[in-house]
Design a protein around this ligand. Structure first.
Ligand code: UDP
Length: 405
């Protein structure tokens, strides 16, 4: 099939670690490659955010990335992108009408992509599949007044869910959210992300470490909701351990990063500054070295739509101590591949870390079980196969009618 993937802000070509570049970029890159491996012809449409970007960039066999001129040709925070989505949608319509390449199905990633995809899909008769990656209702609940999302996000997300041909949820928690928003359960198919099992393997080189100090690893964009501050607070409970945090801007620019500065100040006030190390952004191909170097991945989000980093750690046989939120409640099996604690609870986290660091045998068993769980349940091939079935189904089914806002 010809599959158009829309990922307005998250380019599969982007470097990861910045505030708007993380799991969605990885997801789109890996999914596009896995679909192409199965014989699909895939084009990923993302916003042009530099003036001299090539309009079309090949990404491996069978995948092309197209840079869509919609809005300023410069990096723009994703919350400022909604006004450019009509232009994005119109560009797709022109492109699909003029070009010999017209997709069989369009798969939108994130709600703003959904707006552009629905506009284009309805005008050209191409069915639309929607993956949200994150939901405005959840963000609003957790961030309250600090939520910078555009005001109409939640309304648009509901409209999309009721209008597109199929909604893809990544975990059971997301299904609950979507149905609470008023989206029919029958419109939703659960397809979790996978993990690249060629890159993320138990064996292979590991980042250098002090063999005398247990290593706790945190990974992610440096934003409050990842809860890294809770892990820093928990460090007092494990006085022998170090906490290594990968992500954010490149190492040389960490001093300019407000969150990194606050985290360092917190570490100083907690008396653990000598045991907290911020590494900065690491290229994706090198991430496995960091997971392998750690005794535990400490994944502490306050909420998490899916969470790729626990899967990546598990694929490297590194057990996870995580918060019992979102996708982690599906992916981490407590007492088998890791342990789960309540979010925003440094005390419970500290106790779980202390217990697991004191028990090498349990850690080893968790690591073995984690690899097994990944091998049997979380490959991108599996994700692509399940999505191919969805694409086939929506192409055969008559389209539901729905107003485009
Ligand atoms: N990542 C990376 N380099 C970094 C930090 C993160 O390649 O310095 C990758 C990480 O391996 C994972 C993704 O960014 O694939 C983060 O995805 P996750 O779902 O955990 O979080 P999100 O960014 O979607 O909130």
């Amino acid at each position: 099939m010809r599959v158009a993937m829309i990922s307005e802000h998250a380019s599969p070509l982007a470097a990861l670690g910045g505030p708007d570049a993380g799991g969605q970029n990885t997801h789109v890159a890996e999914l596009a490659a896995a679909l192409a491996d199965q014989g699909h012809d895939v084009r990923v449409y993302t916003r042009r955010d530099e003036p001299h970007q090539d309009p079309v960039v090949p990404l491996g066999d069978g995948v092309k990335v197209l840079h869509v001129p919609a809005g300023p040709a410069e990096p723009t925070p994703k919350d400022e992108l909604p006004p450019y989505m009509p232009e994005f949608g119109r560009w797709l319509v022109r492109h699909w009408e003029d070009d010999v390449w017209r997709p069989d199905v369009v798969h939108a990633h994130f709600w703003m992509s959904g707006l552009a995809a629905l506009t284009a899909g309805r005008q050209t008769g191409v069915p639309v599949v929607q993956t949200y990656h994150a939901l405005g209702t959840v963000k609003r609940r957790h961030q309250g007044a600090a939520d910078t999302s555009p005001p109409r996000r939640i309304r648009y997300e509901r409209m999309l869910g009721r209008s597109v041909d199929r909604v893809i949820a990544q975990c059971a928690d997301e299904v609950d959210e979507l149905t609470r928003m008023g989206i029919r359960r029958s419109a939703i198919t659960v397809v979790p992300s996978g993990v690249n099992q060629r890159i993320f393997t138990p064996d292979g080189p590991a980042a250098r470490r002090d063999p005398g100090r247990p290593r706790l690893l945190g990974v992610g964009r440096l934003v409050d909701r990842k809860g890294f501050q809770d892990a820093v607070r928990a460090l007092r409970a494990v006085p022998e351990a170090e906490y290594v945090l990968v992500g954010g801007p490149p190492a040389a620019r960490l001093t300019d990063d407000g969150y990194a500065r606050r985290l360092r100040a917190l570490a100083a006030s907690e008396g653990v500054a000598d045991r907290v190390h911020l590494v900065g952004a690491i290229p994706r191909e090198e991430m496995a070295r960091w997971y392998r170097s750690a005794d535990l991945l400490v994944a502490t989000p306050w909420y998490e739509p899916f969470g790729l980093t626990p899967l990546e750690a598990m694929a490297c046989a590194t057990p996870v101590v995580g918060t019992a939120v979102g996708g982690l409640t599906d992916t981490v099996v407590p007492g088998v591949t890791g342990d789960l604690v309540p979010p925003r609870d440094p005390e419970a986290l500290g106790a779980a870390l202390r217990r697991l660091l004191a028990d090498a045998d349990r850690r080893r068993r968790y690591g073995v079980a984690a690899v097994e769980r990944i091998r049997t349940g979380y490959s991108w091939t599996r994700t692509a196969t399940r999505l191919s079935a969805v694409y086939t189904a929506v192409c055969g089914a008559p389209q539901t009618s729905g107003a485009v806002a």
